[in-house]
Design a protein around this ligand. Structure first.
Ligand code: OXD
Ligand code: MN
Length: 524
């Protein structure tokens, strides 16, 4: 509990509405985590994985209709419709009040309401933000314990301030027709109903750290972006930090943890974040980034010792696996991990063999794992002031036309590169057809909490604030030849591209062709 009356007044209102049998204030302790884990094991919602290979790891199977973000029922509920812009679904606050809020009435009867105080960003950082998530899902609580700094630490950071994000979440009956994820950017408020899936239900992540934070960032003069943050250290020991935006399931986690190929002797990489960057200018005029999250919510399929050894090592303990396959010895398996075991139980709980027509793991199956366990985690990943960014990358998944790397000619030209980004849709969201190309400016199409035009203007304005903003690059690891074969080996070899970028930042090497040619070619 807390003496902060702004918090208790709001929690009381939500309790009155949702009518839970019990209210549990999360303190974030190990004992509490163990209690909730045991409860889910007893209920059969968690399955313990092989203790020798996957210590303290659990398998969870979601409702099969609730496996990805649902963009069609994700709304921006700004006061003015024009502030949501043409790329967001809009619901007026009044309409949300009449159409969505009644769904919560009595929704938690027979259930416990968990109150999760959390911090997004390093504890004590002047740039981190406090939020509260109310939820009736213990699975969500355990995921939030990994993805954010939760419990007493958050209450201590907030003190008596009323500056926090209010997130009300109920899984309801998990019915797709009652599902809705509403964001009120002016009120710092989120209502999420009818889904337990990560991007819809772990409210600190997409809802708070991107949609609400992007609107807040515009008001306050900073940037909240769908970007990984990584450090690249040269053989002389100098570390350059890069922030890179790619749409969901396009390899952000892989790039964030990339291991340089053996040929690049003396180079190493450091992981700061794999999904979200909050960036603002420091007193020295450089752009500094923090990772608001404390864990990784990574896509499992395609993750292997070859593609991302660091992710596998990170997730090998104290992790939650959602919608993957499991073998008879309680080892997890997914497509791309390695040779398929002869027999498995698939993500829906059905028997599976390599001849089965269906995939063993859902294409958007995930691991939730603590960032601190990552072998490449940067010693600076929790620096309160963040890390200084030398270059910004925008990338998509494009089979044709878009080149491996292109350097912008100016900040505004870089903003154009980001704004004109397109990418093949992936399994990370329902309602999009995997493989079709969609325009996804700065990988923020599903996450920008306000008008996309104002967002571009905000980016342009950010470039005017300092004499030397970071250099901006467009990249594409996914171009194919006429036989559908990837032209670029990707993975570790992507470090060669980063190395060239660092050379350019230092004023060395040859510039790539201006972007204008590509824009013109794109039109034909
Ligand atoms: C994610 C996403 O979960 O972008 O990171 O969907
Ligand atoms: Mn993401």
């Amino acid at each position: 509990m807390t003496g902060n009356s702004a918090v208790t007044t709001w929690v009381d209102e939500c309790v009155k509405l949702c009518k839970p049998d019990k209210v549990h204030w999360c303190d974030g302790s190990d004992a509490e985590r163990d209690m909730l884990t045991k409860m889910l094991l007893d209920r059969g919602e968690f399955q313990r994985l092989n203790e020798a290979n996957w210590p303290n790891c659990y398998l969870y199977r979601s409702d099969p209709t609730d496996v990805a973000r649902t963009e069609k029922v994700t709304y921006i509920c700004s006061e003015k419709e024009s502030d949501a812009g043409p790329t967001n679904n809009y619901l007026s606050p009044a309409q949300a009040q009449t159409d969505i809020l009644p769904r919560y009435a009595g929704a938690m009867k027979g259930r416990t309401m968990y109150v999760i105080p959390y911090v997004m960003g390093p504890l004590g950082s002047p740039y981190s933000k406090v939020g509260f998530q109310l939820t009736d899902s213990a699975y969500v609580v355990l995921n939030m314990f990994i993805m954010a700094r939760v419990g007493k630490r958050a209450l201590d950071q907030l003190g008596s301030s009323a500056d926090f994000v209010k997130g009300l979440h109920s899984i309801g009956e998990l019915l797709p027709e009652t599902r809705a994820i509403c964001h009120f950017p002016e009120r710092n408020e989120i209502w999420s109903f009818g889904s337990g899936y990560g991007g819809n239900a772990l409210l600190g992540k997409k809802c708070h750290a991107l949609r609400i934070a992007s609107a807040q960032a515009r008001r306050e003069g900073w940037l909240a972006e769908h970007m990984l943050i990584l450090g690249l250290e040269n053989p002389e020991g100098k570390v350059y930090y890069i922030a890179a935006a790619f749409p969901s399931a396009c390899g952000k986690t892989n790039l964030a943890m990339v291991i340089p190929p053996a040929a690049l002797k003396g180079w190493r990489t450091w992981t700061v974040g794999d999904d979200i960057a909050w960036m603002r200018y420091g007193k020295d005029g450089r752009l500094y980034a923090i990772n608001p999250e404390a864990g990784f919510f990574g896509v499992a399929p395609g993750t292997s010792a070859k593609t991302n050894l660091n992710a596998l090592k990170t997730a090998s303990a104290n992790s939650i696996f959602t919608n993957v396959g499991v073998d008879e010895n309680q080892n997890v398996w997914w497509e791309g991990l390695g040779p398929a075991p002869a027999k498995l139980t698939d993500w829906k709980g059905n028997p599976w063999t390599p001849d089965s027509p269906e995939k063993a793991a859902h294409p958007n199956s995930r691991f939730t794992t603590p960032a601190s366990q990552c072998p490449s985690i940067s010693p600076h990943w929790e620096d309160p002031e963040g890390v200084p960014i030398s270059a910004i990358l925008f990338g998509g998944r494009r089979a044709s036309l878009v080149p491996l790397v292109v350097e912008s000619t100016s900040w505004n030209n870089g903003v154009l590169i980001g704004a004109s980004m397109g990418s093949e849709a992936t399994a990370a969201a329902t309602d999009t057809k995997a493989g079709t190309i969609r325009h996804d400016p700065m990988a923020m199409l599903p996450f920008c909490g306000y008008h996309m035009g104002d967002y571009f203007q905000h980016w342009i304005d950010m470039g005017k604030k300092v004499a030397n903003p970071p250099k901006i690059y467009g990249v594409n690891w996914f171009r194919q030849d006429e036989n559908g074969k990837f032209l670029w080996p990707g993975f570790g070899d992507n470090v060669r591209v980063l190395q060239w970028i660092i050379d350019r930042v230092e004023g060395k090497g040859e510039p790539s062709k201006p972007r204008l040619e590509i824009c013109l070619a794109n039109k034909t």
